[in-house]
Design a protein around this ligand. Structure first.
Ligand code: AGP
Length: 610
């Protein structure tokens, strides 16, 4: 997730572009850049780091001109650095891009074979070269962009300028957002509303497949074939703060509802639905290595540790490989043994958590092969690992992790499928089923989140006054119970415990009385009957039971005080759905209590202390 901006009009473009980027910094902040047409040519200034680094550079090298484009980056291909920062240039063409080009490896190889010299590791530079090649065939800029996009698969919101034309920006959209803003004799472009709000409230949201030529006094919309397109103009009356959170009250709520989009980005280019397989070329592990691993150890902290626990179940079930999960801090606190041919999978949103980083170094020093499942590209953990499988959730601002958790689950499940297929434990038919199942998860998430919009608020009002809350789950739902409890603790400050359902009778069941709401995760999976018995045991002791169950389960509804129904999917993929009501419940309880949801007390987003 990156932010792009564009301006063409009568004012100096650079200050407007920088201001727009500042309002889009929540979309990414590892590097930034501007390209402005000075009347003769396009000048580019880029800097690694936050936007203030670009602002400092612009003081030394001011850009003047009334047309330009800008970008704030959240790395997806290529580490954060000046050379990978946007805009990217090829001959007269300069491009900024938000999205992920799926077929970038093939395009890169083709361009290299043609003798093209590439400067960066990004997928975006490839687009600049494709457009430049089409321009040199005699096409105009918009024709060249259309022809280049015919070669591209994936997600993009692109803005392209040419040094031969100081009056036009060509932009195009597929899967990544793009908004046009209409001024008086000036036009604006942005990834999101906040970038444009100080300048205009008249906006048009582009749809997938739209191509627009932006001039100072008009926007001409077409489709990818050049046919005319019309989109409505809307008046937006949001305040700038509301706009940054896309109208949501808190970043956490926005990030919860962003999960279908985040999952799509994570799965993009990694599900080969035609072949019924998983594509993990970027990870850098060979099929031979996959067959040779003797054991997997997963290391993580907090929410990432819960995701790793689900990963363990997936790897054991799909790949038949011994797997264990460790808290990174505890791994460091004992004399952990690394066996021959051991794979260590490190899971971290930030890639900077100190305990996880130190555990990574320790495992590496003891001879393990280390794979990082991380959200922040170029962070410390992947730098100390042998390979990385990035989650592509985009920046997560809320301290309580939500969308990063679900994208971690997706990567761990994909990795488990990939391992299982390579090691021979997983049939082609089951692999195809799981690939299809994953492909459908984003739309199931959307439906489930929509269905809970009002009901979870009511549930939070009904049960949120409790002093203690229990969360029970079995098998792959056990880590989800732990995650539900962690979410509630960290943002609502209510005491909550997650337990393996089967463990209740060994002690914790003594805690149950009429005051204690008990969430029971009891979807139809291989543990259903036993989980239902555990639910009944809690009910029999007076608990107020909230069941997270499969749609249409009358048996569960008959014995529960409240039910959240989740749609059917493969049992191994169910955690991607069952976690959603727990995240929303915590959010609404915290919001009713009036806590600082996005920055809860005593916590930090990235924990770099021991
Ligand atoms: C999650 O809601 C927490 N804020 C926290 O547990 C977090 O998951 C943990 O600190 C690990 O962070 P990481 O994923 O960045 O390594």
């Amino acid at each position: 997730m990156c932010g792009i901006v564009g301006y063409v009009g009568v004012q100096e473009a650079a200050p407007i572009l920088v201001d727009g980027l500042r309002r889009l910094e929540y979309r990414g902040y590892d590097s930034a850049g501007l390209a402005v047409h000075n009347g003769q040519s396009v000048e580019v200034v880029r800097r690694s780091g936050k936007l203030r680094e670009l602002e400092k550079a612009l003081q030394e090298t001011p850009l003047t001109g009334a047309m330009g484009i800008g970008h704030t980056r959240w790395a997806t291909h290529g580490k954060p650095s000046e050379v990978n920062a946007h805009p990217h240039t090829a001959g007269p063409v300069t491009v900024v891009h938000n999205g992920i080009i799926e077929n970038h490896l093939v395009l890169r190889q083709e361009l290299l074979d043609q003798g093209v010299e590439l400067q960066s590791e990004t997928d975006t530079e490839l687009v600049a070269h494709l457009v430049e090649q089409q321009l040199s065939q005699g096409l105009d800029l918009v024709g060249a962009v259309r022809a280049a996009l015919a070669r591209v698969r994936g997600a993009y919101a692109l803005a392209v300028v040419s040094s031969a034309d100081p009056t036009r920006i060509v932009a195009a959209k597929h899967s990544s957002p793009m908004v046009l803003g209409f001024g008086q004799g000036e036009m604006f472009l942005g990834s999101d509303i906040p970038a444009l709000l100080p300048y205009t409230r008249e906006m048009t949201f582009l749809e997938d497949g739209d191509v627009v030529v932006l001039e100072a006094t008009r926007a001409t919309l077409t489709d990818l074939e050049g046919g005319p397109v019309e989109r409505p103009r809307q008046h937006i009356d949001w305040s700038p703060v509301m706009a940054e959170k896309a109208g949501y009250k808190h970043f956490m709520l926005k990030e919860i509802f962003e999960q279908p989009r985040a999952l799509e980005d994570t799965l993009r280019g990694r599900l080969d639905r035609e072949a019924g397989d998983i594509v993990t070329a970027e990870v850098g592990l060979s099929d031979e290595q996959a067959r040779g691993f003797s054991r997997v150890t997963l290391l993580a902290c907090g929410t990432s540790h819960h995701a790793a626990m689900v990963g363990r179940y997936a790897i054991e079930e799909l790949a038949g490989l011994a797997a264990q999960v460790e808290l990174a801090s505890e791994y460091r606190a004992r004399s952990a043994v690394v066996t021959e041919n051991e794979l260590v999978v490190v899971v971290s949103q930030s890639g900077e958590t100190l305990d996880t980083l130190e555990a990574t170094k320790l495992a590496k020093s003891k001879g393990a092969t280390v794979l990082a499942i991380v959200n922040v590209i170029g962070s410390a953990i992947p730098r100390h690992s042998d390979g990385a499988f990035y989650t592509h959730a985009g920046p997560e601002i809320g301290v309580a992790s939500t969308k990063c958790f679900s994208t971690q689950l997706a990567n761990l499940l994909m990795f488990g499928i990939w391992l299982g297929r390579r090691r021979g434990g997983l049939s082609a038919a089951r692999t195809r089923e799981l690939v299809e199942g994953l492909a459908h998860i984003p739309s199931l998430m959307t439906d489930l989140l929509t269905s809970m919009k009002t009901s979870m608020g009511e549930m939070a009002r009904r049960y949120g006054g409790a002093q203690d809350v229990l969360f029970l789950g079995r098998g792959v739902q056990f880590p989800i119970a732990l995650e539900g409890a962690l979410k509630l603790k960290e943002i609502s400050y209510i005491h909550a415990e997650g337990y393996a359902s089967g463990e209740m009778k060994h002690g914790p069941i003594a805690l149950i009385d009429e005051q204690v709401p008990v969430f029971v995760l009891v979807p139809r999976d291989g543990n259903y009957e036993r989980s239902l018995s555990n639910l009944q045991e809690a009910k029999a002791r007076g608990a107020r039971v909230i069941a997270v169950a499969s749609e249409g389960d009358d048996a569960v509804a008959g014995v529960s005080d409240s039910v959240v129904a989740v749609p059917p999917t493969d049992p191994l993929l169910l955690p991607l759905l069952t976690v959603l009501p727990l995240q929303l419940f915590s959010y609404y309880v915290a919001d009713f209590k009036g806590t600082d949801v996005d920055q809860p007390r005593n916590l930090a987003k990235t924990v770099t202390v021991e």
